[in-house]
Ligand binder design. Structure first.
Ligand SMILES: [Mg+2]
Length: 260
């Protein structure tokens, strides 16, 4: 796209929208769990209590440490082999995702495709990721679900074991990627109380969606600024997100609507 008039055509980035992946954008029918089980078996000879383990809101390294600690593996041993887990995990994840994709088991959640497209169209908005997935796993899951949106800044489980630390890293990257001038507003979108806590810890707006394991009331109690059952009423979601970034109303119409 040409920017007529040189710099005048460059739109400042006013808003960064950081998305969680699992339960927020898509569901992978247990591909991550199966792949991690495979990797833990290969590297540590045990998966720990994998079957009933709650992955939601946790980072990939945190999940490994918690599972193996419960299996009685010493922390020093867990950490000394942690970096060996990821190549095995990624190889297994690619296979598990492909298997499920072929069987139609990878679900892109309601309204997600339209939500991403409508936000991405706005020149003053950039999409990003804030997820407990290590970065290559995040990319594999998005590809498997057919998400083509461009997420240009992010924080990942490969940046830190601690989700709030990932949020701080992601927000720092948002600021430095946006260049000089006013720092962009940040909206964090997720499906767990942990996502909400991250948003609040970094001074971002928290948008929560009840398409994971947590209901609307629980997400509201966690302090989310807006909670949606799902993203099927896309205009309302876009309106809220743009409003949080102070860029609503430029198109008028449905997107100027606020929640309640
Ligand atoms: Mg999630």
């Amino acid at each position: 796209m040409r920017a007529p008039g040189g710099l005048k055509g460059v739109t400042a980035i006013k808003l960064r929208v950081l998305f969680d992946i699992d339960g927020t954008l898509l569901l992978t029918d247990g591909a991550g769990r199966a792949a991690l089980g495979r990797a833990l078996e290969v590297i540590y000879g045990t998966t720990g209590p994998l079957a009933g383990f709650n992955f939601h809101g946790k980072t990939d390294p945190q999940i490994v440490v918690e599972l193996l600690t419960r299996a009685g593996v010493q922390e020093a041993e867990i950490r000394s082999r942690l970096s060996s887990v990821w190549p095995v995990y990624l190889e297994a994840l690619e296979r598990e995702l492909e298997d499920r994709r072929l069987r139609g088991r990878i679900v892109l959640l309601p309204g997600v495709r339209e939500l991403l497209a409508r936000l991405e169209r706005r020149p003053e908005v950039r999409l990003g990721l804030l997820t407990g997935n290590i970065e290559p796993a995040a990319r594999l899951k998005l590809t498997a679900a057919g998400v083509s949106a461009r997420f240009d800044v992010g924080g990942f489980g490969s940046d830190s074991e601690v989700r709030i630390e990932i949020a701080r890293i992601a927000v720092d990257r948002c600021r430095s990627a946006s260049g000089p001038g006013a720092a962009p507003a940040v909206v964090v979108v997720g499906d767990t109380p942990e996502d909400v806590a991250c948003a609040l810890a970094v001074g971002a707006t928290a948008v929560a969606v009840a398409t994971g394991r947590h209901g609307v009331a629980e997400l509201e109690a966690a302090g989310a600024d807006a909670v949606f059952e799902d993203f099927s009423d896309t205009g309302r979601v876009v309106g809220f997100v743009l409003g949080a970034g102070g860029v609503a109303g430029l198109e008028g119409g449905a997107e100027s609507g606020r929640r309640r």
